[in-house]
Write a protein that binds this ligand. Structure first.
Ligand SMILES: [Zn+2]
Length: 380
């Protein structure tokens, strides 16, 4: 059984998800959410890849014991936002692992958003004093993971509405309501990661709740491995292995790899904050938007953010038009109908794009992939 991120098998069909989580991790570390959604059949390991990414996330520094993960330089929570630099210095800081919080389908609104402890309230006009932050405010500066988001959108409309608010702006907002008290808003900077199987009930997220689907900057469709070598290797790794049986020397090696991955992510995030997009590329994105009459402004914003992130995670220092066309299917797949998507791809010459990931079911996934590309990205 797999224990570590470094043990995950990379193959043609899942490398697109590794690309997505790399881009989102870098963006989140840099303080800008990038919401991603992995669709795929059961057994493709999409949720395992997303959950294991937790292993390589860096630490964050917060004001000591702050459940809202206040950045000491930019405190935002009701307890710390009005304090002086000296007062914050007196409280002190601490390092904690970057939050990776999963929302279960049975979670209640109060658990997810937060609630107000009426026992703590002395003044009803100031409900913030008694606020108990829920899971989302506690994921501030980290990642929020939701498995089977299509089912959640179908069965839990009130949680879906909270997600719509959270993902509506960057940073997002969570509203905490208690009968008879003013509504309290909390700022939350979090990347939402979701997974779903569109081929099972209740169907694809864009058909269940289009608005929520559009909130995801990028969506990939994960295929099963098709290479005999890869499957043989996966079988071997999973045979007779229990978590406790991981050899100590292997464990050390995996943890060293994780440390290296974390350092790479931090370096990329630093570069991301210092990188702008060239005018020619930005103009190209704007022309795509106008020419193809795209409805979603989020789509073009995702193209801009995604192109820079993609070029950085490929260790290049600036994004090109090729980066835009390469990631385009990830941005448009859930926003356009298949005919319009093919039209856009043909128009831009989709040879270099991730067209394979835009197809729901590809009978020949190997045709859409260039194997040398995957080998080159194995460093992280
Ligand atoms: Zn705080």
């Amino acid at each position: 059984m797999l224990q570590y991120f470094a043990q995950l098998e990379h193959y043609e069909g899942n490398e697109v998800l590794f690309d997505l989580i790399r881009m989102s991790m870098v963006s989140t570390i840099a303080g800008e959410p990038l919401h991603i959604h992995a669709e795929g059949l059961r057994g493709t390991g999409k949720t395992t890849i997303m959950r294991k990414a937790k292993d390589i996330l860096p630490n964050i520094t917060r004001i000591k014991d702050c459940l809202y993960n206040c950045d000491p330089a930019h405190p935002h929570c009701p307890h710390h936002r009005d304090l002086s630099v000296q007062e914050i210095a007196a409280i002190g800081t601490e390092e904690i692992p970057m939050p990776f919080i999963e929302i279960s389908h049975s979670a209640k609104v109060g658990t997810v958003a937060g609630s107000i402890d009426l026992g703590k309230l002395t003044d009803n006009s100031n409900p913030e004093a008694g606020l108990l932050p829920g899971l989302i405010p506690q994921a501030h500066r980290g990642i929020l993971f939701i498995d089977e988001i299509n089912r959640l959108a179908d069965t839990a409309p009130e949680i879906t509405d909270i997600l719509l608010d959270l993902m509506g702006t960057k940073p997002g907002v969570v509203q905490i309501e208690e009968a008879g008290l003013p509504v309290v808003s909390v700022k939350v900077n979090v990347s939402v990661w979701a997974a779903s199987n569109p081929d099972e009930d209740p169907g694809a997220l864009e058909e269940i709740r289009r608005q929520l689907s559009d909130r995801f900057d990028m969506v990939c469709y994960m295929g099963r491995p098709t290479s005999i070598d890869v499957i043989t290797r996966m079988l071997k790794e999973n045979f007779h292995t229990r978590p406790s049986e991981c050899k100590p020397e292997d464990e050390i090696r995996y943890l060293e790899q994780h440390e290296l991955y974390t350092q790479i992510l931090l370096r990329w995030a630093e570069r991301y904050t210092q990188t702008d997009l060239q005018d020619i590329v930005r103009n190209y994105i704007a022309r795509l938007y106008v020419k193809h009459n795209m409805e979603s402004i989020r789509a073009v914003e995702a193209m801009q953010q995604g192109a820079v992130l993609y070029s950085i995670t490929k260790d290049r220092d600036h994004a090109t038009i090729n980066d835009v066309t390469h990631i385009l299917p990830l941005i448009l797949k859930h926003r356009l109908d298949p005919d319009s998507l093919v039209k856009v791809i043909n128009d831009i010459d989709g040879k270099d794009s991730m067209l394979g990931s835009a197809k729901k079911v590809s009978s020949k996934p190997e045709q859409a992939e260039d194997t040398s590309y995957y080998q080159n990205t194995r460093a992280l």
